[in-house]
Design a protein around this ligand. Structure first.
Ligand SMILES: O=C(O)C(=O)C[C@]1(C(=O)O)C=C[C@@H](O)C=C1
Length: 274
């Protein structure tokens, strides 16, 4: 049985993403932080780790980019999940009983319109959506609601008062991490890389022109400060290939235009699960 380290608990969106990607014959290693997800895989306590990296409404989880570089793991896949947010309570609680709403900060951001319309309720961040749901159940809290998945409501036996409370359709992209990927080269059509260019006019433009000339699709570009304060930046790039010849060419071209280049993983473009 595959051992999967996730950030969060059973019933979290990481759990949902793991079920879609690996099926239900998995052993879940619940972690409080993304750092411990990485450590579990590094220390062979898990075969794979799942790490949310960005959400279509709430934006990027920037610290995870740094973890990808420091971690010594490789990206071997991705999962895109439509996240559906639900307001859930201890059985018997009604909305007028509530004083507080708890959830993960990324979920809170995705439901900002709903929360603006319920200003009287205190909003409290937690480490995990499912963690908030479990907390309510374990402590029989009747004045607190959680924002979490329907899987969390089922897992912790809570009542959903309102579903679909995200601002609009919301998708989270998760990376699948492993120690060493043994994926067949021909099965892969996407790569994530990190590079630093020279700090001079046009350096990034040259990189982008090379990507464009090779007809490679740049699906993501994220800048990140290089440590120290020299006002220089590194760039995380996701590249999508339409034929395998493009891969080696683009790596070769970009290496010649970069001061630093790191391959963070070559993998298959993820499916979207709704
Ligand atoms: O708290 C959870 O349920 C998680 O799986 C974490 C997380 C995140 O890190 O973005 C995952 C997906 C949703 O965007 C909200 C929260």
């Amino acid at each position: 049985m595959k051992r999967i380290a996730i950030q969060g608990l059973k019933g979290s969106f990481h759990h949902e993403a793991a079920l879609h990607h690996f099926g239900d014959q998995i052993m879940l290693n619940e972690c409080e932080t993304f750092r411990s997800v990485v450590n579990q895989v590094l220390e062979s306590e898990a075969d794979f780790g799942l790490m949310a990296i960005e959400n279509s409404l709430a934006g990027c989880i920037i610290p995870n980019y740094a973890l990808l570089r420091q971690g010594g793991l490789t990206i071997c896949g991705e999962v895109i999940l439509q996240v559906k947010m639900n307001l859930m309570v201890y059985n018997g609680t009604s909305i007028s009983d509530l004083k507080e709403i708890q959830s993960h900060q990324m979920a809170i951001r995705q439901c900002s319109n709903f929360l603006d319309n319920h200003e009287r309720l205190r909003v409290v961040e937690s480490f995990d959506t499912a963690g908030s749901a479990r907390h309510i159940k374990e402590n029989k809290l009747s004045q607190v609601a959680a924002i979490a998945s329907s899987l969390a409501a089922k897992t912790y036996d809570l009542t959903i008062l309102q579903s679909g409370i995200e601002n609009k359709e919301s998708f989270t992209r998760f990376l699948v991490l492993t120690k060493s990927s043994n994926q067949a080269e021909e099965e892969t059509d996407k790569a994530s890389i990190y590079l630093e260019t020279k700090h001079e006019p046009g350096a990034l433009a040259k990189v982008l022109t090379a990507v464009s000339d090779l007809r490679v699709n740049l699906s993501k570009l994220q800048s990140h400060p290089v440590s120290g304060w020299e006002r220089t930046y590194g760039f995380f790039m996701d590249l999508e290939f339409s034929d395998s010849g493009q891969k080696s060419k683009v790596f070769h071209e970009l290496a010649s235009l970069s001061e630093v280049i790191e391959n963070l993983g070559v993998y298959k473009k993820g499916k979207i699960y709704e």
